[in-house]
Design a protein around this ligand. Structure first.
Ligand code: HEM
Ligand code: HEM
Ligand SMILES: [Fe+2]
Length: 444
């Protein structure tokens, strides 16, 4: 690392890894409940497990992005982070609010809107925390010796995510309006501003790992942003097909969301091309693995599996089924989990001074996690297609269909076990790196 203050990233990522394990644990609770093994039902019913699973996912990814920003911005601006103590307070506050929310879900302290379950008073604390985070970044950037596109795109994405959190905090009496604005958060995050965050982290990693000129890499970043906004904003329409709003959204949503995979394809081609073009191969191969994984699997999970159910004719049947879960898992894994793990694996040797580059444990972690998630996604796909045919097309009873899907959920549990083994190895690897130290300064 080049700047002492970058060390704070480690603690955000340590928190991420902890919350990631909670997410996986609650995933298992749901997986077993789906095959009828629901012994915990009295204390952790399915809805609680679902909420904890989704919210812990969002928390560990956001903490991962914050760590990434605190690592990247000093290096991009050639400047120590401003207000380092405040940044530590911001981390502790984030952890306290997140834990309060996750515990609250167990005692029915929640709002019941998928992904936005955090109760309103805690929402305000989240907003305050994020404002503090953005303030620290902005002050650092304004004082910086250098202004780069990568840094500003990263900041723009994070600021956009903060602003788009607000429509989710307005109260509506109408279910339709509530649903309409919920998508401004959920959709415009993952198919809008989070793509900027991903694009910027990817740009940073490509600059470091391939040795290709910054100018070339950043030029393409603009193209990605253009494609993202062009398709993603009106692409929100793919959530408005049958919720009670104007029917024009059937056309708008269908056309623009079908264009969204282009932005993800753009990212894949960009990363692969830069990798090919680069003459300098960084010794940290595992960081290259995760970086290319993010670029490629995001296209498969978000682009292709998104396209699979984005037309109104298809979505009429697949909406809210396990087809959505199939897509949700691979999209989140490919785009956001992988990019957070990529920057982590790139930065850990630099923060700790330990050159644990090409250990077999990190390769096993990578492959097991990917084989596991692909197995899970295949299980969800098989279950989802069967569910659509039986329940939506043939009109079988809901409960009967759920029983018929049990074999697929056993495959899901098998895949989840492989994935979790990979993540346990990753965690061991993380711990073996040891703590960040000033002795690692200038360690690249
Ligand atoms: C990394 C980017 C993406 C992520 C993380 C993601 C994740 C998700 C998640 C979690 C849901 C369920 C949301 C909910 O019910 O609250 C969802 C729904 C959906 N996604 Fe994506 N998605 C991404 C990109 C895309 C793209 C590019 C497309 C289209 C090409 C797409 C098409 C859809 C559709 C049509 C639905 C609605 C499914 C339904 O009606 O149940 N997604 N996505
Ligand atoms: C131990 C591993 C995991 C297991 C057993 C698991 C299991 C599940 C189950 C059973 C559901 C509910 C599906 C339904 O009934 O509708 C679910 C939902 C979800 N999980 Fe996981 N999961 C695991 C890991 C992950 C990971 C690593 C991610 C993200 C990278 C993830 C993201 C999601 C999302 C986004 C949803 C909501 C899907 C939707 O909108 O329909 N899960 N998971
Ligand atoms: Fe969407």
């Amino acid at each position: 690392m080049k700047y002492k203050s970058q060390k704070i990233a480690y603690w955000f990522w340590a928190f991420s890894m902890l919350v990631f394990t909670i997410q996986l644990t609650y995933g298992f609770f749901m997986g077993f409940a789906r095959v009828g093994l629901d012994g915990l039902h009295q204390w952790i019913p399915f809805n609680t497990a679902h909420t904890v699973h989704l919210n812990s996912l969002v928390v560990w990814l956001i903490s991962g992005f914050m760590g990434a920003a605190y690592y990247i911005i000093p290096e991009e601006t050639e400047n120590e982070l401003c207000c380092l103590k405040l940044a530590y307070v911001q981390l502790i506050a984030l952890a306290v609010v997140a834990v309060a929310a996750l515990v609250g879900y167990h005692v029915n302290y929640w709002e019941g809107r998928k992904f936005l379950e955090i109760p309103r008073p805690l929402d305000w604390l989240v907003a305050l925390d994020v404002i503090t985070f953005l303030f620290i970044l902005l002050m650092t950037m304004l004082k910086g010796k250098r202004q780069t596109t990568t840094a500003w795109v990263l900041f723009g994405g994070l600021l956009g995510a903060a602003l788009l959190y607000l429509p989710g905090m307005i109260s509506f009496d109408s279910q339709i309006l509530d649903s309409f604005f919920r998508w401004w958060v959920v959709h415009l995050w993952v198919e809008g501003v989070w793509e900027l965050i991903m694009g910027a982290i990817l740009a940073f990693l490509l600059i470091k790992l391939t040795g290709v000129d910054r100018e070339v890499i950043e030029k393409w970043l603009y193209v990605i942003i253009g494609l993202t906004f062009l398709s993603g904003i009106l692409g929100t329409g793919h959530h408005y097909y049958y919720i009670g709003v104007n029917k024009i959204w059937l056309i708008i949503g269908g056309i623009f969301s079908s264009l969204e995979p282009l932005a993800f394809l753009g990212m894949t081609l960009w990363a692969l091309y830069m990798y090919e073009k680069g003459e300098k191969r960084h010794p940290n191969k595992i960081a290259i693995y995760w970086t290319l994984n993010a670029a490629i699997v995001s296209f498969l999970g978000a682009g292709l599996l998104g396209l699979a159910h984005t037309l109104p004719q298809t979505n009429l049947y697949t909406h809210g089924t396990l087809v959505t879960a199939m897509h949700g898992h691979l999209a989140f894994w490919g785009a956001y989990a992988s990019i957070v793990l990529a920057i982590m694996m790139y930065a850990l040797p630099n923060l700790t001074g330990r050159k644990r580059y090409n250990k077999s444990i990190s390769k096993w972690a990578f492959w097991l996690a990917n084989v596991g998630i692909f197995t899970m996604v295949s299980a969800f796909a098989a279950a989802g297609i069967a569910q659509v045919y039986m329940e939506r097309i043939s009109g079988f009873d809901f409960g009967q269909v759920q029983k018929l899907l049990h074999p697929h959920f056993w495959v899901l549990i098998t895949g989840a076990t492989i994935l979790s083994t990979g993540i346990i190895l990753l965690l061991i690897d993380f711990i073996k790196f040891g703590l960040p130290t000033d002795e690692a300064l200038e360690y690249k």
